[in-house]
Design a protein around this ligand. Structure first.
Ligand code: DAH
Length: 357
């Protein structure tokens, strides 16, 4: 083997051995670069006689081409391998669950309201809202609570100062029921609304907060009966507490704005001081309801001979405490971040009935 053949074999071996693109480039420079081994051979051609130069020149050119070709081929292989490695390094499995990040927590009241909207939303209810500052008409009289009615005292109303020009005293709404009146007076039936929101009563002890939350429900349509009310509320309670056979009991009661009226209890057990929602000996009251009183429909310009309805109202703190085992009402509004971290919910975790609530 001539010296040139040996040099060619050495360089081709180096090309084959180059482990990455940088190493390959170093081989190229050391062979074909300005001071490379093949380039050095080329330079010697000048000193040869014409015959020898021609033969050596052809041989060198062939070697140079062969080396360049080997480098190009090796380069393609290495580039492909590098791309593969990079793709593997940078893969993202989009099917993995989101990695929870510490960006705060959803308050149990907000979460509970979202759950209720999700459940009633599937039953085609719309969310309605009303003002926190109400007038006597919407909060009381249109709801069939006349001026001297005992319900007014029971509500421990917060009154605002009398207005200068006419002496009217607004109130902080004591329940979400005034939004029933607002909905019926601004929308022609049929109606199907829920109203989650803040309510206010001048009451402050271990089981009462002067600001608390209720959710109201109102359905007005033709041929609505108590059976619709029962079916809807039983389905709601079972979905909300996630107990398919949850016992639900309707107990006769009284509210001025419904007739007949009922209170709804859910079954529970309290063995060993441990409260469990579901079958058992005990009952827990969770909401009030009834058929919308004909006078209330009339107060909203709706003919009770043509339309009927049912309504319900529920305290949100109370059911949130029952569902999530939160023992103390006051802690809801203390803004203690440790409490919120413990009882709160991750923002990425959005309530959906299909997953169970
Ligand atoms: N507004 C009532 C309260 O605050 C709750 C209530 C009871 C609302 C019966 C209703 C209902 O719509 O039908 O105690």
């Amino acid at each position: 083997m001539s010296d040139l053949d040996a040099l060619k074999a050495t360089i081709l071996q180096e090309v084959a051995d180059a482990a990455d693109l940088d190493a390959l480039e170093r081989v190229r420079v050391s062979a074909l670069g300005k001071k490379g081994r093949i380039t050095a051979q080329m330079k010697q051609l000048g000193g040869m006689d014409p015959e020898a130069r021609k033969a050596a020149g052809q041989q060198l050119n062939a070697i140079k081409d062969a080396i360049q070709e080997a480098i190009d081929a090796r380069k393609a292989v290495l580039a492909e391998a590098e791309m593969q490695a990079r793709l593997e390094r940078e893969t993202i499995d989009v099917s993995l669950p989101a990695r929870p990040r510490e960006i705060g927590h959803i308050h149990p009241i907000s979460r509970t309201v979202e759950e209720m909207i999700a459940i009633f939303g599937e039953m085609n209810f719309e969310v309605a809202e009303g003002p926190h500052i109400e007038d006597d008409f919407h909060n009381f009289s249109a709801l069939n609570i006349p001026p001297e009615h005992p319900a007014r005292q029971e509500h421990d109303t917060f009154y605002l100062e009398a207005r200068a020009h006419d002496g009217e005293r607004k109130v902080l709404r004591t329940h979400t029921s005034p939004v029933q009146i607002r909905s019926m007076r601004t929308h022609a039936p049929p109606l199907r609304v829920i109203v989650p929101g803040r309510t206010f009563r001048s009451d402050d002890d271990a089981t009462h907060s002067p600001m608390f939350h209720q959710i109201e429900g109102l359905v007005v349509d033709k041929h609505i009966t108590f059976a619709h009310l029962k079916g809807t509320l039983i389905a709601f309670c079972r979905a909300f507490f996630g107990v398919d056979d949850l016992p639900v009991r309707f107990r006769p009661s009284y509210f001025p704005f419904t007739e007949p009226s009922a209170e709804v209890d859910i079954g529970c057990s309290k063995e060993g001081g441990q409260l469990k929602i579901g079958g058992g000996e005990d009952w827990l009251e969770i909401l009030g309801c009834g058929m919308v009183h004909p006078k209330v429909l009339e107060n909203c310009g709706i003919d009770p001979n043509e339309w009927q309805g049912y309504a319900f109202g529920m305290g949100i703190e109370r059911v949130a405490m029952l569902k999530y085992g939160i023992p103390d009402l006051r802690t809801f509004f203390e803004s203690d971040l440790r409490w919120l971290k413990h009882y709160g919910f991750l923002p990425v975790d959005i309530p959906a009935p299909v997953r169970g609530l």
